[in-house]
Write a protein that binds this ligand. Structure first.
Ligand SMILES: Cc1cc2nc3c(=O)[nH]c(=O)nc-3n(C[C@H](O)[C@H](O)[C@H](O)COP(=O)(O)OP(=O)(O)OC[C@H]3O[C@@H](n4cnc5c(N)ncnc54)[C@H](O)[C@@H]3O)c2cc1C
Ligand SMILES: *[C@@H]1O[C@H](CO)[C@@H](O)[C@H](O)[C@H]1NC(C)=O
Ligand SMILES: *[C@@H]1O[C@H](CO)[C@@H](O)[C@H](O)[C@H]1NC(C)=O
Ligand SMILES: *[C@@H]1O[C@H](CO)[C@@H](O)[C@H](O)[C@H]1NC(C)=O
Length: 510
């Protein structure tokens, strides 16, 4: 790879010059970009402005990256002269403002600020971001760029819903402030920008007084969900979701809501991803043999289901396991949490996966889940037992409607479907074997299922949880007028397309 001519000026930003993949959180073998020229790690917004300005002059493609917590090679375009601006060292928090007795306030955060960093800062000051949450080690800027969200039909749960201003370094190297305004296409594009308008450098974000919540979980037989009032099981709660165990034909129904601060002294702390090496090795052994036969996969689903029926929480003050529902604690600790002291993540110990996430109008929730059930049953008839190969089952999430141009839960779209009641998301994480060709047991099934869902329902892809193939298939479901309006804003922010990505190209925004 030739060294881009402008590089000497940047020695101080510690670029790593290379011609190699830029990986996701899953590491080598899991590229977010197949081939990049350099990765910069600036530590101030001004340095980011300088890097983009120079890239502009050289017409060098640029993508920002937070923690790489995405799947698949869709972050960049396939141009090996692309440079990455890693935002993690640009992580200042300032201008905390929450008046005594006020219902909300605001804070200014930089691109690299993660959910757990912000939560800790706010908790010390008696504040929180409410439900605009995704996961712990992920940046708010990266989440807003890609339209990420929590699971709720009642509360605003798109992370973008908390943004009051987005400060974006555009394709001319200028820092533009885009202020929330539902009547402005600039705002509606910036709200889910796919990183195509430029680098989100900082943002003003909405905060609330801190509060406590409970977490409760029940087990429901499959028919009570498939034939049940799905909306009614989810909408009453501040946040709620299902985890589906298709072999066992059961669901876990998890829900959370506010409690008075004095309701309990418990300080529950959730962890979805903590494992010990020994636990990971057992799972890896079972799931790898499940590449060749469904028998170990069935055993794995039974094991995971049994473990997942207990609270995945510990008491924060003592690090003791919490064994009974409901669990109480501060909102961020209970809703998200993090890693238990001394534990690693699943991916630290070699448990890595593929995923697929599609959103459908919640009014069609029963039909969607029944269609997936039919797909599982069709395999059974062919003698292939399909299971969940993921520790917490198949994740069925929900999203309150939120209007912008490219968000997963937007409404009033040309497909004529009723998205106004919100969306159901089918989020299907699966284990990626580390043996043989690395493909899953009955691999074609996963592709056929995605195709069937995209063909048979109005549905929208999550922007970081799908393959290029799924984006190609599902783009026809997007509103052409929304795409055209987005493209017009993109052309004004980035006339030369330096922030281009594979996703943007598939959507024909270039
Ligand atoms: C364990 C795990 C759990 C997750 N849970 C959820 C969930 O519950 N709900 C959900 O919706 N998603 C979830 N996600 C997906 C995640 O929210 C998104 O992939 C998010 O974009 C990752 O942010 P990041 O900071 O790691 O950014 P990266 O992965 O580094 O980047 C993601 C994309 O955003 C762009 N980008 C990043 N930063 C900026 C910036 N400052 N300006 C412009 N563009 C930028 C990148 O170019 C790239 O295209 C999860 C992911 C993981 C790994
Ligand atoms: C957060 O993610 C980064 C990148 O994947 C990783 O290097 C770091 O160890 C993670 N931090 C925690 C606390 O998990
Ligand atoms: C913080 O607020 C002050 C006063 O309103 C303003 O001048 C300053 O620019 C703000 N800081 C940031 C980082 O936005
Ligand atoms: C919590 O505080 C409220 C208001 O001060 C009080 O009425 C209630 O009895 C308290 N509840 C408990 C469980 O202590």
């Amino acid at each position: 790879m030739p060294r881009p001519s402008f590089l000497p000026a940047f020695a101080l930003f510690a670029a790593l010059i290379r011609a190699e993949p830029y990986n996701t959180f899953d590491g080598p073998g899991f590229p977010a970009c197949n081939d990049v020229a350099a990765v910069y790690s600036p530590s101030t917004v001004d340095e980011m402005v300088t890097i983009v300005g120079d890239a502009t002059r050289n017409n060098t493609p640029v993508r920002a990256s937070g923690k790489g917590h995405m799947w698949y090679d869709t972050m960049c375009s396939d141009d090996p002269s692309t440079i990455i601006i890693r935002t993690e060292n640009v992580n200042g928090i300032s201008n905390f403002s929450l008046e005594e007795g006020a219902i909300d306030g605001s804070i200014m955060i930089e691109a690299g600020v993660t959910f757990f960093q912000l939560a800790e800062y706010l908790h010390e000051r008696g504040a929180s971001v409410g439900y605009t949450l995704v996961n712990w080690n992920i940046t708010l800027a990266g989440s807003i760029a890609m339209g990420a969200h929590r699971s709720s039909l009642r509360e605003e749960s798109m992370v973008a819903a908390g943004a009051m201003e987005l400060h974006i370094i555009d394709g001319s190297g200028n820092l533009r402030v885009v202020t929330r305004d539902e009547n402005s296409d600039e705002w509606l594009a910036a709200s889910t920008s796919l990183g195509l308008l430029g680098v989100i450098a900082r943002m003003k974000f909405k905060i609330y007084p801190d509060f406590k919540v409970y977490a409760e979980q029940k087990i429901l037989p499959e028919n009570e969900v498939l034939d049940g009032d799905i909306y009614g099981l989810i909408a009453p709660y501040a946040t709620a979701n299902f985890w589906w165990w298709p072999f066992l034909r059961q669901f876990h129904h998890r829900y959370y809501d506010v409690v008075p601060t004095n309701a309990s002294d418990q300080e529950g702390f959730q962890s979805t991803f903590s494992v010990t090496k020994a636990e990971a090795d057992i799972a890896l052994g079972l799931l790898n043999s499940g590449k060749y036969s469904s028998v170990p996969n069935i055993a794995a689903e039974e094991l995971f289901f049994a473990l997942w029926s207990f609270p995945n929480f510990r008491e924060k003050s003592t690090d003791q396991a919490i064994l009974t529902w409901p669990v109480y604690g501060w909102n961020y600790d209970v809703l998200i949490g993090g890693l238990y002291p001394g534990y690693g993540t699943e991916w630290d110990f070699g448990l890595r996966g593929f995923t697929l996430e599609l959103a459908f109008p919640v009014t069609q929730a029963n039909a969607v889940l029944k269609r997936v059930r039919k797909a599982f049953d069709d395999e059974l008839l062919k003698g292939k037992v399909m299971t969940s190969t993921y520790r917490s089952g198949i994740n069925i999430k929900f999203g309150k409607a939120y209007f912008d141009l490219l968000g997963q839960v937007t409404y009033d779209t040309a497909d004529g479907a009723d998205w106004s009641k919100g969306a159901i998301m089918f989020d299907f994480p699966t284990f990626k074997p580390t043996v043989g060709d690395g493909l899953r047991y009955n691999e074609p099934f996963y592709h056929e299922l995605a195709t069937a869902l995209v063909e048979e329902f109005p549905c929208r892809p999550h922007w970081t949880k799908n393959t290029r193939e799924v984006f190609q298939q599902s783009k026809k479901n997007l509103d052409p007028e929304h795409l055209a309006r987005f493209k017009a804003v993109r052309e004004s922010f980035d006339p030369n397309g330096i922030f281009k990505s594979v996703v943007g190209e598939i959507l024909e925004l270039y």
